[in-house]
Design a binder for this molecule. Structure first.
Ligand SMILES: NC(=O)c1ccc[n+]([C@@H]2O[C@H](COP(=O)([O-])OP(=O)(O)OC[C@H]3O[C@@H](n4cnc5c(N)ncnc54)[C@H](OP(=O)(O)O)[C@@H]3O)[C@@H](O)[C@H]2O)c1
Length: 251
């Protein structure tokens, strides 16, 4: 089980889920290293309380410093499912930050760079990876995002690294990307729906980024999540406190 001695790399640390993962790890007094493409962005977002290392998962030679002496990786990287500026159209005819480049090849690069004794890789994937022929996932997959996520998942599962794969539905809450650390630490799901978790790829609906981040971090404290993949969605009445260990015990 994770402890204060461990160092956790958060890939995609400046993204909607990643920033909440970082904030949650800090509240648990865990050591965080943020993998970011822009160090200054991470420094201001996390008030310099987090070690930030620059790297781009498309390029394996940029990852060595990020993974050095790391015990856990939480991977929250991603790009848009449909063409957008985030695809990086520097070459108009060949965008370079596509789902294939990030969610498939980028994740494979991260897996290849991971230390051999990594204790766990937690991966934020997506609902629909195993239901690509069904609505609305066939539309979502028009540019291959679910194919790429599934390829990323397969690279993780076959790597031999202990893993946890989390498949959220449409993300809500955040991204709080223009906020500071204090705001992130206070992000709450009060008044929202409860959390449902089930093995496999089975839910549609909405999932709070706050709960995805909580699931990423809490899974490090549960042996029930080792080598598991699960769907997560917000549904039903929300209890005062979510009992993550109990939710995970059903996997
Ligand atoms: N949106 C949805 O409804 C939905 C539903 C299911 C699953 N998901 C998945 O959930 C995950 C988290 O979503 P989110 O809203 O937190 O995403 P987000 O806000 O777009 O964050 C994505 C993160 O990935 C980083 N990134 C992108 N390309 C990279 C690269 N080449 N190298 C290194 N880092 C890179 C970005 O860093 P920069 O700051 O450098 O750009 C950013 O920190 C994503 O994997 C997404 O596919 C989303």
């Amino acid at each position: 089980m994770v402890s204060e001695k461990d160092k956790i790399l958060v890939a995609g640390a400046t993204g909607g889920v990643g920033q909440l993962v970082v904030a949650k790890l800090l509240t648990k007094n865990l050591q965080v290293r943020a993998l970011t493409r822009t160090k200054a962005k991470a420094a201001s977002m996390f008030d310099n309380r987090v070690e930030a290392v620059e790297g781009d998962i498309r390029y394996p030679n940029t990852l060595a410093e990020a993974v050095r002496d790391i015990n856990y990786i939480i991977c929250c990287t991603g790009t848009t499912a449909f063409p957008s500026l985030r695809w990086d159209f520097t070459n108009f005819f060949q965008p370079s930050n596509t789902p294939e480049a990030v969610d498939s090849k980028g994740v494979k690069n991260l897996v290849a760079a991971a230390p051999p004794d990594l204790k766990r890789l937690v991966f934020v994937s997506s609902a629909g990876v195993l239901r690509k022929d069904e609505l609305p996932y066939n539309i979502l997959n028009a540019f291959g995002v679910l194919d790429a996520k599934l390829a990323g998942e397969k690279a993780i599962v076959t790597s031999g690294i202990p893993y946890t794969i989390i498949r959220p539905a449409r993300l809500i809450d955040g991204p709080y990307t223009s906020y500071d650390l204090i705001t992130l630490l206070r992000a709450k799901t009060d008044g929202k729906k409860g959390v449902k978790i089930e093995s496999g790829d089975c839910f549609g609906g909405e999932t709070s980024r706050i709960d995805v981040a909580n699931a990423c971090v809490e899974s490090l404290f549960s042996d029930s999540t080792i080598d598991k993949d699960f769907s997560i969605v917000n549904d039903g009445e929300r209890p005062k406190n979510i009992d993550w260990l109990q939710l995970f015990s059903r996997l």
